[in-house]
Design a protein around this ligand. Structure first.
Ligand code: HSE
Length: 429
């Protein structure tokens, strides 16, 4: 047998401990698959005394992750610290400097510094592997980089954040409001350390920026992602969506258009019968439209110890077997700058919910604002009757230019009878 592959792990939270357990529990099977043993020789974490349920005896301990990269007896560094900069970034750069392969689950790091890190890894002649960074246990990186390598990818979309999908599912099923359900998600351990990354769409946007690079051969460009989260989605919108035949999902979408590549994360109404509408709870899913294969669907657990450790260990196995591809499927120098589409030029269908004073002339004023901006209505409905309280008015449009929709909403917001900012949700047909 070839000599063992030695691995150093930085970060011993849920995922780090899960990786150690999986490497220990499945060691024979893993060795059979790659023809050599995989042994963890070094670890680094904040608290040395915490009981993580894994045996650390015989493993060298480092308080400083970067020092571990340069001094540990290991060919691979597994980065499970998180964060786009700081310790994680320094560790990865140091690992490349000293010629170690890197496996990471860090989507923020890849989204913010993907092109630069891909070039550094290439320069050092080592792997930068990150299957665990996007959609946890779903092998979507391999699918895009290898399985679909012969295709021209037209678009991809999916549910890339389990926490927000869980919240939307629970709100609908248990009829509880956003804050209440978020507390549950945090208690269940799915939410990011900063839950605003989940509910404000940032986590999904990080993952989307990575998938976009793989799909279109572009530099990661997180700054070009349109990001809107789910904080403003109310039970009212969830109910209206059902009534109109839709379900609300936080979708991440990347697609080629005539005016560039769109990258967007926002609450989206999808047909209740569509496959994506039925992806519930913390499950993730990605749908890819490519030529000549057509539509393919990938679905599974997007977070948690087992799924994330499964992806990390798959990357370690690739390295142990000597399989290494360019980080984003093509040499770093061939990645092109992302030609970002201007969302003002996007044409789509929109749902708008207004809270208005229930008095004569309100609908006429709203209709006039839409007419003046050339927005064509598909439907309008009002519920309730209350001279004292605001009542909801919901409208859906025909295909409309986003710039026109924004102008119409600005006019509508300025009406004295509209009592709170409109809630606008894009509908994907
Ligand atoms: N917080 C993420 C989610 C999991 O809820 O999907 C890790 O990427």
């Amino acid at each position: 047998m070839t000599k063992p592959l030695k691995v150093a792990v930085a970060g011993l939270g849920t995922v780090g401990a899960g990786v150690l357990k999986l490497l220990q529990q499945n060691s024979d099977q893993l060795a059979a698959r790659c023809g050599r043993e995989i042994v963890v020789t070094a670890v680094s974490a904040r608290d040395r005394d915490r009981d993580r349920g894994v045996d650390l005896s015989g493993i060298e301990w480092f308080d400083d992750a970067s020092a571990m990269a340069s001094r540990a007896d290991a060919g691979v560094v597994v980065e499970l610290i998180g964060g786009s900069d700081g310790v994680a970034y320094d560790l990865v750069k140091e690992s490349f400097r000293v010629g170690r392969h890197v496996v990471t689950a860090n989507k923020a790091l890849l989204a913010e510094h993907g092109g630069e890190l891909a070039a550094s890894a290439e320069g050092a002649g080592v792997a930068l592997a990150y299957e665990a960074a996007v959609a946890g246990g779903i092998p979507i990186i391999k699918a895009l980089r290898e399985g679909l390598a012969a295709n021209h990818i037209d678009s991809l979309y999916g549910i890339l954040n389990g926490t927000s999908n869980y919240i939307l599912t629970e709100m609908r099923e248990s009829r509880r409001d956003f804050a209440d359900v978020l507390a549950d998600a945090q208690a269940a351990g799915y939410a990011e350390a900063d839950p605003s990354f989940d509910v404000d769409g940032v986590d999904a946007a990080h993952k989307l920026a990575i998938l976009t690079s793989l799909a279109f051969g572009t530099q990661t460009d997180f700054g070009a992602v349109l990001v809107e989260g789910i904080r403003n989605i109310s039970l009212l919108d969830i109910d209206f969506a059902e009534e109109l035949g839709y379900r609300i999902k936080l979708l991440a979408i990347a697609r080629r258009t005539a005016h560039g590549i769109e990258q967007r994360v926002h609450p989206t109404m999808v047909h209740r019968e569509a496959a994506i509408a039925r992806v519930e709870g913390v499950t993730n899913a990605v749908l890819v439209d490519a030529t000549p294969v057509n539509a393919t669907v990938y679905q599974g657990p997007g977070a948690g110890e087992g799924p994330t450790a499964s992806a990390v260990v798959a990357d370690i196995l690739d390295i142990a077997s000597g399989r290494r591809l360019p980080t984003f499927g093509i040499p770093a120098g061939s990645l092109t700058p992302l030609n970002a589409a201007d969302m003002d030029k996007h044409t789509g269908v929109y749902y708008v919910r207004l809270m208005v004073r229930d008095q004569p002339g309100v609908i006429a004023d709203v209709s006039a604002a839409l007419r003046d901006e050339d927005v064509s209505l598909e439907s309008m409905l009002q519920r309730g009757r209350s001279p004292d309280e605001a009542v909801p008015v919901v409208l859906t449009t025909h295909a409309t230019l986003e710039a026109a929709m924004k102008k119409a909403l600005a006019r509508i917001s300025a009406l004295g009878t509209v009592v709170e900012p409109p809630c606008m949700i894009r509908i994907e047909e």
